[in-house]
Design a protein around this ligand. Structure first.
Ligand code: NDP
Length: 520
C-alpha cells in the first residue's frame, strides 16, 4: 500500500473524515500531483490518542533500540535517495541539488548524529551543590520525554525542516505527529513509509495532513510543539499554546545580513553571496537577504555579483546540474517578492539584473540584484524569501554593524574580512543568533553548534545539546541517603536552633569577598 493510500486508511480508522481534501501542485509545471485528506480537529485528536498509547513502550526502549531504527532509516534514505529527491522536487519545484543537499544529505546526517549523541546529551547529570542545607544529598538532573511532540513544518525544506526535527524528538523517546505544510505534504508521507520500513513501531510517528486548522488542532493536543515557519504564524502558535501552557520551540523568519569589509576576498564573498542568496531560489530562512559593502570595494563587488547572477540558469528542474534555480514553491510568495521590488524601485532603487516573474507554465522569479537601496525599503527590512540580493554601500564597519542590527529579526549573519580576527570582532557585535566569518550558513552544518534566532526569528534552538533537551521535561531528583532523625530547621522551633541558624547565615553571607570589597 502506498503511503498516500495508507494515509486515507488511517483517516477512516480514526473514525473521522468528512472527505475534505486539498490539492498538491508541482510549482514548476503547474500540474496537480495529488489530493490528500484535510484533517479536522477530531481526526488530529485521534492521532494524538494513538501516539500517546504508542509512546509508552517507545519511551521505555533503550537508546540503542531507538538508534537502530534511526540508522536503518538512514540507510533507507540513502537507498531511496532518487525517489525522495524526486518527490521533494515535484512538490517544491526546486533543483535536484537543492533537494538532495538539504532534504536527503542533511537529514541522513541528522539521523546518525542524534542516534549517536542522544545518550550523552540526555544522560543523567550529577549536580554538586553549594547549599549548606542540601549537603550530602545525591542531586540528579534527568531528562524525561514530554510524550507527544507536534512538529509543524514549512514548505521550503519539506523533509529537513519537518522530519528533521522529529529525529531528536524520537531519539528522546517521544512519539511525533508531523504536520507538514499543505503545499508540500508528500515528502513527509514518503519518510513515514521509510520509518515504517526501518522498524519504527506503529503510531510512534504519524502525519497529519491538512491546512493551518490541522496545525492549530495539533497545538491543542500535543505535549510540546516544534514549529518552523513564518514569524506571523509562530506568534499565533505561541498564543494558542499559552492556553494549555504547552511548551513551544519556534524557528521563524529572518532577514540575514552579509557585511563585506574593504580587505575581504571579494571573489569568495561574491560567490558566497550569490550562492546563499539564490540557492533554493532564495527560499531559505537564513539565506543572504541584504548586503552591506564598504565604499572602496563596493563597485567591484557589485559587478562580480551581477556577472555571477546573470550566469545562473533557471527553469523546470531535471537531472543533475540541469539548472541552478528552480521554481517559487508557494504561489503567494511571488506577490511578496514583486511588492518588495516595486517598493524599492518606487523609492529610488536600481534593478541591475532580473526583477520580474516569468510567464508560465510553472512559477519562476528571475534572480535579481538591486542597488541604491536603504532601510526605508521593505526589501531591506522584511523577509523577501526569494532570489533577490539588495546591496547597500556603507562608509565603514561601524555603519555596516549598525545597519545589520537595525532589524526585528536575528537568525543568521555573515562577515567577510581579510583579517579573520577583525571579522570575528565584527561578528561578535551582530545581534543575530549565529554569525559566520568568511562564509555563510556553514554554522548550520556543524550540528554540534546550537542554531536559533534572536528577536522575532524565534525561541529555542535546534542542534547542539539544547536541540534534543528541549523535547524533554527536566526532572530534578534529590536523594537523601544518610541523615539524622531531625534537620536543624524542622519543627519544633527552639531558641537554640533558631540562634544557630541565624549565626550560620551571618557567617555565610555577612561579608563581601575580599576580591570585590573595593570594587565599585
Ligand atoms: P507558515 O508560517 O505559513 O506555515 C508553517 C506551517 O504552519 C505550515 O505547516 C502551515 O500550514 C502551518 N500553520 C499555518 N497556520 C497555522 C496555525 N494557525 N496553527 C498551526 N499551524 C499553522 O510558513 P511557510 O510554510 O510559508 O514557510 C516559510 C517561512 O518559514 C519563512 O518565514 C521562513 O523564514 C520560515 N522558516 C524558518 C526556518 C528556521 O529554521 N528559522 C527554516 C525554514 C523556514 P499550511 O501550510 O497548511 O498553511
Amino acid at each position: 500500500m502506498s503511503t498516500v493510500e495508507q494515509q486515507s486508511a488511517d483517516i477512516s480508522r480514526n473514525g473521522g473524515g468528512d472527505g475534505r481534501t486539498f490539492a498538491v501542485d508541482n510549482p514548476a509545471t503547474g500540474e496537480t500531483i495529488a489530493h490528500l485528506p484535510d484533517m479536522d480537529a477530531e481526526q488530529v485528536h485521534a492521532l494524538v490518542a494513538r501516539a500517546r498509547a504508542a509512546q509508552k513502550a517507545w519511551g521505555e526502549a533503550s537508546f540503542d533500540d531507538r538508534a537502530a531504527v534511526m540508522y536503518r532509516a538512514r540507510k533507507w534514505m540513502t537507498d531511496n535517495r532518487e525517489r525522495i529527491a524526486k518527490t521533494v522536487m515535484d512538490e517544491t519545484g526546486k533543483t535536484r541539488e537543492d533537494a538532495f543537499i538539504a532534504d536527503v544529505f542533511t537529514t541522513a546526517d541528522a539521523l546518525g548524529f542524534w542516534a549517536k549523541k542522544a545518550p550523552s546529551y540526555l544522560a543523567d547529570e550529577r549536580v554538586r551543590t553549594h547549599a549548606v542545607l542540601a549537603f550530602g544529598r545525591k542531586l540528579i538532573l534527568r531528562y524525561r520525554p514530554y510524550g507527544v511532540v507536534g512538529v509543524i513544518g514549512p514548505w521550503n525544506y519539506p523533509i529537513a525542516n519537518c522530519f528533521g526535527d522529529a529525529v531528536p524528538a524520537l531519539m528522546a523517546g517521544n512519539a511525533v505527529i508531523l504536520k507538514p505544510s499543505e503545499v508540500t505534504p508528500l515528502s513527509s508521507l514518503l519518510v513515514l513509509e521509510g520509518m515504517r520500513a526501518a522498524g519504527l513501531p506503529d503510531d510512534v510517528m504519524q502525519v497529519a495532513t491538512g491546512t493551518g486548522e490541522t496545525g492549530a488542532a495539533l497545538v491543542d493536543g500535543a505535549d510540546m510543539i516544534m514549529f518552523t515557519g513564518s514569524t506571523r504564524t509562530g506568534k499565533k502558535i505561541m498564543a494558542r499554546a499559552a492556553e494549555t501552557l504547552t511548551p513551544v520551540s519556534l524557528e521563524l523568519g529572518g532577514k540575514d545580513p552579509m557585511i563585506v569589509l574593504r580587505d575581504a576576498d571579494l571573489e569568495r564573498a561574491a560567490n558566497t553571496a550569490v550562492y546563499w542568496g539564490m540557492a533554493n531560489g532564495g527560499q531559505i530562512c537564513m539565506s543572504v537577504e541584504r548586503i552591506y559593502v564598504e565604499e572602496p570595494v563596493y563597485d567591484e563587488f557589485v559587478q562580480k555579483v551581477v556577472d555571477k547572477t546573470r550566469q545562473l540558469r533557471q527553469g523546470k528542474p531535471g537531472g543533475a546540474a540541469s539548472v541552478e534555480l528552480g521554481a517559487v514553491t508557494f504561489a503567494p510568495q511571488v506577490e511578496i517578492i514583486e511588492r518588495h521590488i516595486r517598493d524599492a524601485v518606487d523609492k529610488g532603487a536600481d534593478v541591475l539584473t532580473g526583477g520580474k516573474a516569468s510567464n508560465g507554465p510553472g512559477r519562476f522569479f528571475e534572480p535579481t540584484v538591486l542597488t541604491n537601496v536603504d532601510h526605508s525599503m521593505e526589501i531591506m527590512t522584511e523577509e523577501t524569501f526569494g532570489p533577490t540580493l539588495p546591496i547597500m554601500k556603507v562608509r565603514d564597519a561601524d555603519e555596516a554593524v549598525q545597519l545589520a542590527n537595525d532589524t526585528r529579526y536575528g537568525l543568521n549573519s555573515s562577515v567577510f574580512a581579510g583579517d579573520p580576527d577583525e571579522g570575528e570582532r565584527v561578528a561578535r557585535r551582530l545581534t543575530a543568533g549565529s554569525a559566520c566569518v568568511n562564509d555563510a550558513v556553514i554554522n548550520y552544518a556543524a550540528t554540534e553548534l546550537p542554531f536559533g534566532g534572536s528577536g522575532e526569528s524565534g525561541i529555542g534552538v535546534r542542534h547542539g545539546p539544547g536541540g534534543i533537551q528541549k523535547y524533554c521535561q527536566v526532572q530534578a531528583l534529590a536523594v537523601t541517603r544518610f541523615a539524622t532523625k531531625r534537620e536543624l530547621y524542622h519543627f519544633p522551633y527552639t531558641k537554640t536552633r533558631s540562634g544557630l541558624l541565624e549565626r550560620m547565615s551571618v557567617l555565610l553571607y555577612g561579608r563581601v569577598p575580599r576580591k570585590y570589597r573595593n570594587r565599585r
